[in-house]
Design a protein around this ligand. Structure first.
Ligand code: SER
Length: 400
């Protein structure tokens, strides 16, 4: 099943069980909320979780939401982490309970994957000094014949230090060669697939937990990870959603596998962010976008600084916009990428010249970093990049 069919199967399954499909929202949350980007399918539903107005589409919802997570940035390039991804979700707004959600989840997963019980493992909340262990979820997994492990920190989901939260139960699938070994807590080859949060608390910010006015269920499953399993490929980059990227980029820029993945991930993320109206800048969302593009350019130019984002085929931009249901002009996106590339090239040239005055092995103090930023417009992270680049060059000279 390709991405389209898998999404239809997921949404159709929940529609048959009384859920309404909600439209995916922008990566940019409305208003001045505390989060920069939508990072979970439940973000747009926050007003309906706690005694707000009833959701216009009812108490049972399902949908596909684009999400961005900067917390996983250092892991991008491995088999399963992405900066921007699509999350399939189902929600009970004060309607059915957590065990019902797990039973449906299991039914759908076995429908999609075939009878793969042997490759599944669940985890449930083990309890802490405020909330007891999640025995209802544990019993449900036992009934379904799925092995289950109690974990504590990993099985508590929250949006941040304040706001709605609750214990979660996660479903993992075995991605290793040969028969499954260990458990999600002991073996990383268990990959988290689907998270079911029993969202029934709120943190006001003073360490206490208060019950929400209604118990909700919030589930989320990364579409790209699901495709990795259904399409039987060892990484998200080999699924159909990345196929055009991974077939074009090696011939175009040809760096190693890990670099290719990072470039594909960051460019795809940048296109979606721009598609949602963000422009590169030195603060907030615009700065996240700028950092993503600078990372791409740093990797591209490491081997050959004549490589240019201007060579990116417009078909890759179009493919990405179509996947995320966005309607921005692809040529405009390419112009924004090229403009950002020009600015970065100027900054790098200036940076190298300024840093050259300090001599090899120099480590800036916080005051020097601030001086470089204020006087020369060189942000601290760019200085770090340039010093790393200088260190790598001298190491490779020494190694020759
Ligand atoms: N909010 C949970 C998550 O992001 C489940 O959707 O994992």
């Amino acid at each position: 099943m390709n991405a389209e069919e898998t999404t239809r199967t997921f949404l159709g399954f929940f529609e048959e069980r009384g859920h309404q499909v909600i439209e995916g929202s922008s990566l940019v949350p409305p208003g001045d909320g505390p989060v920069l980007f939508t990072a979970a399918g439940m973000h747009p539903l926050t007003p309906y979780l706690d005694g707000g107005p009833p959701h216009p589409q009812g108490r049972r919802l399902t949908g596909l939401q684009r999400c961005l997570r900067t917390t996983d940035l250092d892991e991008v390039g491995d088999e399963r982490h992405l900066t921007v991804f699509q999350m399939l979700g189902s929600w009970s707004l004060g309607d059915y309970d957590g065990p019902q959600s797990l039973r449906w989840g299991f039914e759908l997963i076995t429908k999609i994957l075939g009878n793969e019980r042997v490759r599944l493992h669940a985890t449930v909340f083990g309890g802490d000094d405020q909330v007891g262990p999640d025995l209802a979820s544990q019993r449900t997994w036992d009934e379904l014949g799925v092995p289950v492990e109690f974990l504590t920190d990993d099985n508590w989901w929250s949006n941040g230090p304040t706001g709605p939260c609750g214990p979660d139960s996660e479903l993992f699938v075995w991605t290793g060669d040969g028969p499954p070994q260990g458990s999600p807590g002991t073996d990383e080859r268990w990959m988290e697939l689907w998270n079911h949060v029993t969202m029934r608390f709120r943190r006001p910010g003073d360490g206490r937990l208060e019950p929400l006015s209604q118990p909700n269920v919030d589930t989320g499953m990364g579409l790209e990870r699901l495709l990795m399993v259904t399409q039987g490929v060892p990484s998200v980059f080999q699924t159909d959603v990345f196929q055009p990227w991974m077939s074009v980029l090696p011939g175009l820029w040809g760096p190693g596998q890990k670099e290719l993945r990072l470039i594909a991930d960051h460019l795809r993320a940048s296109i979606v962010i721009i598609g949602d109206g963000v422009r590169p800048s030195n603060t907030g969302r615009g700065y996240v976008l700028r950092r993503l593009l600078r990372r791409v350019l740093t990797v591209l130019w490491r081997t050959d600084n004549s490589k240019s984002l201007g060579d990116l085929p417009v078909t890759l931009i179009e493919h990405t916009l179509a996947r995320f249901g966005q309607h921005t002009d692809p040529e405009l996106i390419r112009e924004i990428l090229k403009d950002e590339e020009r600015r970065f090239a100027v900054l790098m040239t200036r940076g190298r010249k300024v840093l050259g005055r300090f001599g090899p092995g120099w480590q800036p103090t916080p005051e020097e970093l601030s001086y470089l930023h204020q006087t020369h417009g060189l942000p601290p992270d760019l200085v770090t990049d340039l010093l790393t680049e200088e260190g790598e060059t001298s190491e490779s000279v020494v190694g020759q």
